[in-house]
Design a protein around this ligand. Sequence first.
Ligand code: MN
Length: 317
Amino acid sequence: MSNLTATPSAEECRGAAAETATLEVHAARSTEVGALKVRRALPVRGRRMVGPWCFFDRYGPLSFTSGKPMDVAPHPHIGLQTVSWLLEGEVVHHDSLGFESLLRPGELNLMTAGRGIAHAEETPAENTGKLNGVQLWVALPETHRNRPPGFEHAKELPAIEERGGTATVFMGELAGRRSPAAAYSRMAGAEVTVHAGGRVSLPLEAEFEHAVMLLDGAARLDGQELAPDTLYYLGTHRREVEFSAEERSRLLLIGGEPFGETVLLWWNFVARSAEEIAAAREQWQRGERFDEVRAYRGPRLAAPAFSGRPIPSASRG
Ligand code: MN
């Protein structure tokens, strides 16, 4: 998907990991991606990154009888990976490398933008009439951010099975289970299901910072009731997290080694300098650097205006 609400200035995002375990509560903010209403949980005021995770949109659940609730025309990305994960419904991905991938719940679409790729994401013509999911971005470290672009779809993902629930690891590593998807820094990304009346304990990497969002149902984190559409930041030095629920509930757990680089986020780009953003924007507008997404019917997105001035993270709402 696409950060269509980009302002003219880039947003400076610095990893600011808490040095201890903590519990910060960040309400997601409402915005739109095309016609689709989303709740943006990263970046938000006071929390820009969690490990390498720098962007987190939550959309749905919604039902429809016609049309395409998701229809994001071709747009470019640099310096990041897009991580697409569904709870219900379908999304079809097309990119400038020629990949086409139909995403279903419990599967992963992972696009590594590297030095540059363009893609489109749409609700397919054949669908269940439901849409419910998340899209996250992972910032690529300096050593990998200019790598060739790539795309992968993973259907078989490792799961941690407990009596009280399960955790499916879609990115990085959790509790000794490792996702087959390409990761370029140490991280964890998992969907946790807690059965009705269940309890799930997961060991955490103490060096990582972590965050949790309740996706559906009603669950508790270490005994505390969780509100929907809210990012709970857990800090570092946590060796375990426990979820419990009266009704079947699902949660998203993300984490990673604190990202040691300050990144600039603007539109669909993760970069290091305003010059780099301006160059990528110009190249997209002129039809250079990024290949066409041939499978998409319709015009591609035009880049918004870019002022060239980064806004420090401290002064941004
Ligand atoms: Mn996108």
